[in-house]
Design a binder for this molecule. Structure first.
Ligand SMILES: Cc1cc2nc3c(=O)[nH]c(=O)nc-3n(C[C@H](O)[C@H](O)[C@H](O)COP(=O)(O)O)c2cc1C
Length: 178
């Protein structure tokens, strides 16, 4: 990966249309590796990643996401899952309710940026029925699906979506002048 991280962040956008072109396995593997490099509480790494190529399962996931068909139209779908009990083993309720979600969100963003750097398109899909996703993937009880990423080569080039100005979202707390 040669691209500057800031450049990749600026280039990143949600892609919901994909070319009918497979994504090489070794690139998918590198996306997962990038995800596992994320910071995480106590280095417990309370995550698991499912790479779904099977067409029927991709459609099950699209249906679980309220018929967001673009999920199934991507050649590969990656589902990021959290293991709340693993985080709770050290951090109790803060681990189960907060850290494991922060950890997996950090992993998910790494995955997204790595996909962008490889010229792939993806979209963070969070609107889904957790039970239906669990059934589609035959998830063990301990795993909670956190985000779905359809991954493929982009077949659209959307404009960057607008951001609120920094001034609107920033508060600086400085030492008062003497
Ligand atoms: C937690 C979360 C949930 C999201 N869920 C969906 C979703 O279910 N479907 C969808 O099309 N986009 C979803 N998005 C993508 C956002 O709509 C998108 O990131 C936002 O509009 C900004 O656009 P950009 O990613 O191109 O900068 C989600 C993003 C996040 C972070």
């Amino acid at each position: 990966m040669t691209r500057d991280v800031l450049e990749t962040m600026r280039e990143r956008r949600s892609i919901r249309r994909y070319k009918d072109q497979p994504v090489p396995d070794d690139i998918v593997r590198q996306l997962i590796e990038a995800a596992t490099l994320a910071p995480n509480a106590g280095n417990l790494q309370p995550w698991h990643f499912f790479v779904v190529k099977d067409k029927k399962v991709r459609w099950d996931l699209a249906k679980a996401a309220g018929r967001q068909n673009f999920v199934a139209e991507a050649p590969v779908v990656i589902v990021v899952c959290a293991d709340p009990a693993h985080s709770a083993s050290r951090y109790r309720s803060r681990g189960a309710e907060l850290y494991c979600l922060q950890d997996t969100a950090a992993a998910a963003q790494n995955l997204f940026l790595a996909a962008t750097a490889f010229g792939l398109g993806t979209c963070w899909v969070g609107a889904f029925d957790e039970k239906l996703v669990s059934m589609a993937l035959n998830l063990k009880e301990n795993l909670r699906p956190v985000a779905i990423f359809p991954v493929g080569y982009p077949a659209e080039n959307p404009r960057p979506s607008a951001r609120r100005p920094v001034e609107q979202v920033l508060t600086i707390i400085d030492t008062p002048a003497q």
